[in-house]
Design a protein around this ligand. Sequence first.
Ligand code: AP5
Length: 208
Amino acid sequence: MRMILFGPPGAGKGTQAGRLLERHPELAHLSTGDMLRSAVAEGTALGRQADVFMKAGDLVPDTLVVGLVMERLEKPDCRDGFMLDGFPRTVPQAEALDRALREAGIALDHVVVIEVPDELIVERITGRRMDPETGAIYHVKFSPPPEEAAGRVVQRKDDTVEAVTARLAKYHSETTPVLPHYEAQGLVRKIDGVGPPHEVALRIERAL
Ligand code: AP5
């Protein structure tokens, strides 16, 4: 299976990616947000350039992100299927992905769009906490970390009200225009992202 997880910041893409991997362990998980955060943490040239955009809630330029994803898609673990999380986020990124898949002679199966109204996003994002050791995603109210992880969870630098407001605006102006491209190919599966994560996971599984 080759799929894209699509949706606004805080829709639950990372949360649902974790659940999807439990049911479909053969899939490679390609999260551009995680890849960029690793590059920032390692202090690579790409990471130093991306950091400025990410902190401000802006999109990292296509030229940087497309190269990163194309290189990753060529790795052997993508041969049995992949789940793109947070990519493509602009029309030029979708066009670059199209070209790469066409050249490789493969096609997408699903574009899963997790829909959550804007008014729920800020609370989800500002309450998010991440476990730097396991990568687990928590929320102070909706999904509190277990006792052994509570002392080490951290907040992402771009999980401020200001940055999430900018990220949401970018989602509406730059990312939603990607959808008609996939709707025309009959690939879009719209999922209601409101409700407990296990219910959202069930809706996704039914749609696939
Ligand atoms: P990225 O890391 O992709 O962030 P995002 O798309 O903004 O999405 P998030 O990770 O914030 O949210 P999510 O949908 O994964 O939600 P989560 O499951 O964590 O990108 C970060 C930045 O990198 C971008 O701003 C940009 O600068 C750059 N970037 C990345 N890709 C790029 C690209 N392709 N092009 C250019 N730039 C790029 O859930 C959020 C919270 O809600 C958690 O606390 C969770 O516990 C809680 N939650 C989840 N589900 C539920 C539920 N059903 N009910 C209640 N709470 C829930």
